[in-house]
Write a protein that binds this ligand. Structure first.
Ligand SMILES: [Zn+2]
Ligand SMILES: [Zn+2]
Length: 152
């Protein structure tokens, strides 16, 4: 593949946060060795293609997503990152994609139940897709149903 086509296929640099995103996997990439590992392992790239793509990636000096704070709740979506349907606690803004966690949350945090006793549907994003690394924030949605808690 030509370098430009290769770049267009796999990577996008999100300038406001200096994040390198794999547009195929809808996840950010941590700078350093893991970028190479990602394209080798997940996309089977090697040789000149891999080298050209890596050169492009490193030309940006991407930030480490683990080092930057999560975006504010209900900020605009970061393009190319996965969007999840989930729920947010009306009291403490705890977020989850699994509605069985709602009951568990209210059991562990009775004050949340006492105060609002409500979870609202939201759209969420995370820098990573890997369950172990997932940390969500709520994004502003084009569907008002998912912005109910915004401005409350
Ligand atoms: Zn990928
Ligand atoms: Zn809560």
């Amino acid at each position: 593949m030509e370098t430009d086509a290769l770049i267009a296929t796999y990577v996008e640099f999100y300038r406001p946060l200096c994040l390198l995103i794999c547009t195929r996997c809808h996840t950010t990439l941590k700078p350093g060795k893991s970028i190479e590992k990602h394209f080798r392992k997940n996309h089977k790239l090697k040789g000149k293609e891999l080298k050209d793509l890596l050169q492009h990636c490193f030309s940006f000096s991407p930030a480490d997503p683990d080092d930057i704070p999560l975006p504010d709740d209900f900020s605009s979506r970061i393009p190319y990152l996965q969007v999840y349907k989930g729920f947010i606690c009306g009291t403490c803004y705890f977020k989850t994609v699994d509605n069985s966690n709602i009951y568990r949350h209210f059991t562990s945090f009775p004050d949340c139940k006492k105060e609002t006793d409500a979870f609202y549907p939201v759209e969420l994003q995370s820098f990573f897709q890997n369950n172990r690394q997932k940390r969500y924030w709520a994004v502003y949605s084009s569907n008002p149903r998912f912005n109910l808690l915004r401005g409350k």
